[in-house]
Design a protein around this ligand. Structure first.
Ligand code: 7PJ
Length: 265
């Protein structure tokens, strides 16, 4: 899964679509590089990021989703807002990726009224303050129990089991130690019986371990992606698609039961 952030258009002089064009070009490159899904988001959930109004978020993501769907791409929408979910679904999005795990009023209903996949992510606290003092009694058990509860709520709302993906939410109200415990504990999340998505790409934990700025975290992110796949992650959400696809091709070749995969023989 490649990450596409649609940022506000930076030019006022007739450049209304500059942000859209840049996002679209980036998404098409990710698909050419081997991404199976592009995750389109119009509101940052990074610690301290400013909220975006519903109509603005729709204006940001919808043209990009429409164009990618017209290309035949599989698109996920990274949003917490039911109105954005409904607009994205109507435009042909295949997945709702919600860092609030469909907890906003109306979000479960918006997803249930469609047949798209949903990614339910764990977050402790709220984006603005979640990194202040994250605390868990047992981080793996706490996250697992939350995700099991949200999956049950989704199923009760009419979202079938095979549409659900779970995500521990690396960096969302978690210290480095919490993130590492969750990465080691991915098999316990897998044991709930749903595919697991892992998003560690360029996150501050990678920076804490390597001492590098976000733009210099590719190698660290690759190691994290492979560690997640080795522990059962079915989807990795990444910025560096080309490098991650290469790393996964090598990892799979090593781990394939007959050595090389059929295509590579
Ligand atoms: C995640 C996400 C993640 C899912 C972001 C960033 C922060 N969605 N959206 N999982 N992270 N499902 O990319 O640094 O980890 S935004």
């Amino acid at each position: 899964m490649g990450v596409i952030n649609v940022t506000p258009d930076s030019f006022s002089d007739g450049g209304r679509y500059a942000g859209h064009d840049a996002a679209l070009a980036h998404a098409r490159q990710m698909l050419a590089d081997g991404a199976d899904i592009v995750d389109v988001g119009g509101e940052s959930t990074r610690p301290g990021a400013a909220p975006v109004a519903e109509a603005d978020e729709i204006d940001r993501v919808l043209p990009v989703i429409e164009a990618l769907v017209a290309d035949g791409a599989r698109v996920s929408v990274d949003t917490m807002k039911p109105a954005v979910m409904r607009a994205a679904i109507a435009a042909g999005a295949a997945m709702i990726n919600d860092v609030r795990a469909l907890r906003a009023p109306g979000a479960l209903e918006a997803a249930a009224a469609s047949d798209v996949a949903v990614c339910l992510m764990h977050m402790q606290g709220e984006p603005r303050t979640m990194q202040a003092a994250p605390h868990y009694d047992d981080v793996v058990a706490d996250v697992r129990d939350f995700l099991a509860t949200r999956a049950a709520a989704a199923i009760a709302a009419g979202i079938s089991h095979e549409r659900i993906v779970l995500d521990p939410g690396f960096g969302f109200g978690k210290s480095l130690a919490h993130n590492l415990a969750l990465l080691r504990g991915l098999p316990e999340l897998r044991a709930l019986g749903f595919p697991v998505l892992a998003g560690l790409s360029r996150k501050s934990s990678i920076g804490q371990i390597t001492g590098r700025e976000a733009s210099e975290r590719t190698a660290g992110s690759l190691a994290a992606a492979l560690a997640a796949v080795a522990r059962g992650a079915a989807i990795v959400r990444v910025h560096d698609v080309r490098e991650t696809v290469d790393a996964l091709k090598v990892w799979h070749a090593v781990n394939a039961p007959n050595g090389l995969s059929r295509e590579s023989r």
